[in-house]
Design a protein around this ligand. Structure first.
Ligand code: ACM
Ligand code: ZN
Length: 532
């Protein structure tokens, strides 16, 4: 080998081993300004992360930073000096999630408007660095971030398929990586009850067991008794002890868990052990098919409210979230129309439509939960019989329900099927993907979502508090499969949640995505590698 060729090789090696960080992560920071000096800091082993003494959340933040970046911890009094990366509070901003990172001669400072802001700054630094290899150079710069919405959610259905606590923690880590701060946890449905209620032990012991599940798709099922079922029971529930552990795990990552017990429909699993609570009295079996069941809780039976208050009482003991999800979707009223108890209740209350019976239950639950300092949120069907006083609305059948609720000055989370249902196929060619519920929601369409619809006055638009993706799991059987459905569509959603419309660009997002995918690979996350 001649000398010249050797020096070429050496130069090529040095260039590939020296990585300059550009801070252009997902979600994109609001501002990235490089220092004119062109100086940079080298990230090296043995560097330290400092945090103000006496603040447990900041200590935990420092532990995260040290763990992500492979550094050591250094406690100190003033939070300003003494370490290579200093975590500090005091950023002047009314949004607690805002952060600013300063990379300069004296090291790195990550300042938050609160502890959560510091956490998001750490995530940005982590994502900036984790896709790099070799020696890492951090150019002197000022980087700041500020999320557009306070509610940045993702829903996971653990009723149709059960996901173990180990995966739930991984899922929470995935949310944290994307700056998402609400985990809407769908815990019960016709096909399985996953929440331990100590006063009603049969829910966990029996209603969590689905003996068999229909094979393949059940579209337009006319005769479920003659469908083909597997012989694999789907089982599992979360004990209250496990749930408390998960709540704490999420809280350390600034994620609030909003539990959902879906009422008055999607209740067949509960009815299978408490058939009295149904209008016909049953018998009922935990459903092995998918779809919308006619059997729902009887609105005229006083035991129904007793049951719900027991369940939600324990739910509040476990989950500290202010918002509690009461479901409310896809609850047919055919049984109520034919049920003497329901009809008598309507007469007693002077109601003219069955939909108002659902509002009656919602109002009872709202009163019960507000005594515990909680607020209800429900799917947009809750608008049909009239919203209860302080109910928030999750708009899923489109934007219209959310728009109507915002006009009535109710808080709204936008999650329309058109842009947010990540149980849909993500590629046009369905054969290239595992079986899904249907639909087509490519990455570009998630990215294109605008949570605030046209036609709202600024005063009304304020009631749109955020957006979320939903992962229903009728056809999602494993953690790997769930990750594949989530990623990278969650990355697109995170920019919907964080960026103002004028800062969004799908083309630039696609240019930044490979770096995040490198982070996914390093963390062992499955993801869809084709983007449409
Ligand atoms: C829903 O997708 N049924 C809320
Ligand atoms: Zn009834």
């Amino acid at each position: 080998m001649n000398k010249r060729f050797l020096s070429y090789l050496l130069l090529a090696f040095c260039l590939s081993a020296l990585a300059d960080v550009n801070y252009q992560v997902i979600p994109l920071p609001q501002q990235i300004s490089f220092d004119k000096s062109g100086g940079y800091m080298l990230l090296t082993e043995g560097m330290t992360v400092g945090y103000p003494s006496g603040n447990q959340q900041m200590r935990r933040n420092a532990e995260f930073a040290a763990e992500y970046l492979n550094l050591s911890l250094k406690e100190k009094g003033d939070g300003k000096k003494g370490a290579d990366i200093n975590l500090t509070l005091g950023l002047k901003s009314s949004n607690p999630d805002d952060y600013a990172i300063n990379v300069g001669k004296k090291g790195i400072t990550i300042q938050g408007a609160s502890e959560s802001g510091v956490f998001y700054g750490i995530q940005t630094l982590r994502k900036s660095i984790m896709n790099e290899r070799g020696e890492i150079r951090l150019p002197y710069a000022w980087i700041c971030g500020s999320p557009r919405f306070s509610y940045r959610g993702t829903e996971l259905d653990c009723a149709r398929h059960f996901f173990p606590v180990s995966f739930i923690k991984k899922f929470i880590d995935i949310l944290a990586l994307h700056g998402i701060n609400r985990f809407h946890w769908h815990l019960t449905d016709d096909q399985g009850w996953r929440f331990e209620v100590k006063a009603l032990p049969e829910l966990a012991q029996k209603a969590s067991i689905r003996p068999c599940t229909i094979v393949g798709k059940n579209v337009g099922l006319s005769d479920p008794d003659n469908a083909i079922y597997d012989d694999t029971p789907e089982t599992g529930y979360y004990t209250q002890e496990e749930l408390r552990e998960v709540v704490a795990y999420a809280a350390e990552r600034y994620i609030t868990i909003i539990p959902e017990i879906d009422l008055p429909g999607h209740m067949i699993a509960a009815l299978s052990v408490y058939p009295d609570l149904g209008c016909t009295g049953g018998p009922y079996k935990v459903w092995g098919i998918w779809g919308i069941a006619d059997d729902v809780l009887c609105a005229g039976n006083p035991k129904t409210l007793e049951f719900l208050k027991t369940v939600y009482g324990e739910l509040c003991d476990v989950f500290p979230s202010k918002l509690i999800h009461i479901g409310g979707d896809e609850s047919p009223r055919v049984r109520w129309k034919a049920c003497p108890k329901c009809q008598a209740k309507m007469k007693e209350l002077g109601l003219t439509k069955e939909a108002e019976l659902q509002t009656y239950i919602n109002k009872e639950m709202e009163a019960f939960l507000s005594k515990r300092g909680r607020q209800i949120i429900g799917w947009d069907e809750t608008l049909e019989g009239g919203l209860s006083e302080n109910a928030a609305v999750m708009s899923w059948r489109g934007y219209e329900g959310g728009k109507a609720a915002a006009k009535l000055h109710h808080q709204v989370v936008m999650t329309p099927t058109s842009n947010c249902y990540i149980d849909y196929y993500q590629l046009k060619d369905q054969r290239a993907q595992p079986l899904a519920i249907g639909g087509y929601l490519p990455l570009s369409k998630v990215y294109a979502m605008e949570p605030v619809p046209d036609g709202l006055a600024p005063e009304e638009a304020k009631y749109i508090i955020g957006a979320q993706c939903n992962l229903w799991t009728e056809y999602v059987l494993s953690p790997d499969h769930a990750e594949y459905m989530l990623l990278p569509r969650l990355a697109a959603m995170s920019e919907v949640q964080w960026l103002k419309p004028e800062a969004k660009s799908y083309e630039q997002f696609l240019e930044r995505l490979p770096a995040l995918e490198q982070v996914y690979r390093r963390l062992g996350y499955k993801y869809c590698t084709t983007h449409e």
